[in-house]
Ligand binder design. Structure first.
Ligand code: F6P
Length: 554
């Protein structure tokens, strides 16, 4: 069944039409029934999820939950956690939750228990991390490693990079991280220029080990650089074995690259690239940098979110409520954008990770039966950390006409982490008080508005929706819990809308196009003539210009 054919969806359409009435302005709904609005909030032992400032009523949420039930979300959750092949287009199970599950959990795929494999790799990672930290693992000239450089792209870098930045204060082992992802040589060069080859360990991270940016470009160039820099200081095989490890599902390709399988950390095709943070993709970088106990806390935070998703009734289930809110905003109210604003500066890069998660998963044109869909299944997301975002796109959020409204998802941490808060000179408030004041004031202003008919340019219409997820403090556990809640939100959106949320054919298509043009550059660079007749005139203009190293002139 198509989502738009569901009985509940038809009911929702009527409810959406009623939301246009002026009485349904957030200000008036709050005035009429403050307690009912305040109850639109889930409180758990770790986090609150507050949807009381959304353009919906408890009755609408009840119908949205009917929609989730009608579309078989409960069955989907059982199937996913039960190891069924729910990624039908790729013929794979979806099991990243197993990577963050405890030892006594079970995850069976095609009749085989996967958990011993997961925990074997975790043990190997722990051993590796401790060896790097305590200096048992040294570079080929005997020096201790002080820099882990991850080479990977997309899901093979966002997770470790976001957590490395967000958890910088946990990096107390004297080991720093750096990231090379982009094929732009500026990325590679800038990182290489800062490195001491003798104390650097590269981690080549690629699920497929075929991604052009990672394996064919950055990893090869990094290996060349390392061999040149350490030339003569140790045999080539030793330089590679002491300065390169790999994380992948493709053992053969890793070995072909010259990395011994002993120095490879495996994961499995039931882990999607964009949700691979919980595998060795995250562990091989974060383990040495923040310490393996902290990485285990990351896994525990993710597991907490999975349990919430698996066991909480839908009306108390953060990921389900978040997914339903997005579907309501997007499909019923026509708001296709989404602003993600963490009021936590160290988490500003999480916006990139979440953008990949949302748009690569849900940016699809067909349903799971390969039939075209008649609605937009993904939000297009953007964002920045608050309070920076207030000085960037919040003007638009406050005053754009109704048609342009962008729903907001806010994230907050009630307390500053560790000792990082500061009292503002001459005031009885701290920086974190002010951060919280900004967060709370913005959502109120957006929801309630401020009338000024005399000066229309100072009129704030209000009725702009937001949700708020609030944790106590920024820790490895809570950051991970937030990311996993978001992953499960996307999982629920995919299931309710019945779109294939775990493939990414659009990305593959882009890769094919680049390969065709690379082949042309390669032939021309060898001094051979090239045939450009297949290309459209615009592409041809730039290919010719690139070959001539000169912009075309009039
Ligand atoms: O962007 C497409 C994608 O396949 C992502 O899903 C993945 O995170 C990224 O490319 C990197 O892929 P790989 O880990 O195979 O190098």
């Amino acid at each position: 069944m198509k989502m738009t054919d569901a009985v509940a969806f038809k009911k929702l359409k009527r409810q959406a039409a009623r939301m246009k009435h002026p009485d349904m302005h957030l200000k008036r709904m709050w005035e009429r029934n403050p307690q009912a609005r305040a109850n639109m909030c889930v409180q758990t032992d770790q986090a609150t999820f507050d949807y009381s400032y959304e353009n919906l009523t408890p009755q609408v949420m009840a119908t949205l939950i009917e929609l989730a039930v009608e579309m078989g979300l409960a069955q989907h959750i059982l199937a996913r956690f039960g190891g069924e092949i729910i990624n039908r287009t790729e013929g794979r199970a979806v099991g990243h939750h197993a990577l963050r599950a405890p030892t006594d959990a079970s995850f069976v795929v095609n009749g085989e228990e996967q958990m011993p494999l997961v925990h074997d790799v975790l043990d190997k990672l722990e051993h590796f991390s401790n060896n790097v930290i305590n200096g048992n693992w040294r570079g080929c000239t005997g020096k201790k490693i002080d820099k882990i450089v991850s080479i990977g792209i997309g899901g093979s870098k966002y997770g470790p990079e976001v957590l490395s930045i967000a958890l910088k204060d946990y990096a107390t082992n004297g080991i720093e991280s750096a990231f090379i992802s982009n094929v732009d040589p500026a990325n590679l060069d800038r990182v290489l220029n800062e490195l001491n080859p003798e104390t650097t360990l590269f981690v080549i991270e690629s699920k497929s080990f075929t991604t052009a940016e990672t394996v064919e470009s950055n990893a090869k160039s990094a290996r060349d650089w390392m061999l040149q820099k350490l030339n003569g200081k140790a045999p080539v095989a030793e330089i590679v074995s002491k300065h390169f490890v790999a994380v992948s599902t493709a053992t053969e390709l890793v070995t072909e690259f010259g990395i011994d399988h002993q120095n490879m950390f495996e994961f499995w095709n039931w882990v999607g690239g964009r949700v691979s943070l919980w595998s060795a993709i995250g562990g091989a970088v974060l383990g040495p940098v923040i310490g393996f106990d902290n990485f285990r806390d990351v896994l525990a935070g993710g597991h907490w979110a999975d349990q919430q998703y698996q066991t909480a009734p839908f009306d108390q289930n953060i990921s389900v409520l978040n997914a339903l809110t997005r579907i309501w905003n997007r499909t019923l109210l026509g708001r296709q954008n989404l602003a993600l604003v963490p009021y936590s500066y160290p988490l500003r890069d999480a916006v990139f990770l979440l953008t990949q998660l949302i748009m690569e998963s849900l940016g699809k044109g067909v349903d799971i039966n390969n039939k075209p869909i008649n609605f937009v299944p993904s939000s297009s997301s953007m964002g920045d950390a608050g309070s920076d975002a207030q000085h960037s796109f919040f003007q638009y959020l406050h005053q754009i006409p109704e048609k342009g409204i962008i729903p907001l998802e806010l994230l907050g941490f009630l307390n500053a982490s560790g000792a990082e808060d500061r009292i503002i000179q001459g005031r009885n408030i701290s920086h974190h008080d002010r951060l919280m004041a900004n967060l709370l004031a913005q959502r109120r202003a957006l929801a309630f508005g401020k009338e000024n008919l005399a000066e229309p340019h100072k009129h704030f219409p209000g009725n702009r929706p937001s949700s708020l997820t609030m944790f106590n403090e920024r820790t490895p556990f809570t950051i991970a819990a937030y990311i996993a809640l978001q992953e499960n939100t996307v999982d629920a959106e995919g299931a309710i809308q019945r779109v294939p949320a775990y493939d990414q054919e659009g990305v593959q298509e882009g890769k094919r196009g680049a390969k065709q043009l690379e082949a042309i550059f390669e032939v021309a660079n060898r001094g051979k003539p090239v045939d450009l007749s297949d290309l459209d005139l615009s592409t041809r203009r730039y290919v010719e210009a690139r070959l001539a190293r000169q912009l075309p002139t009039a």
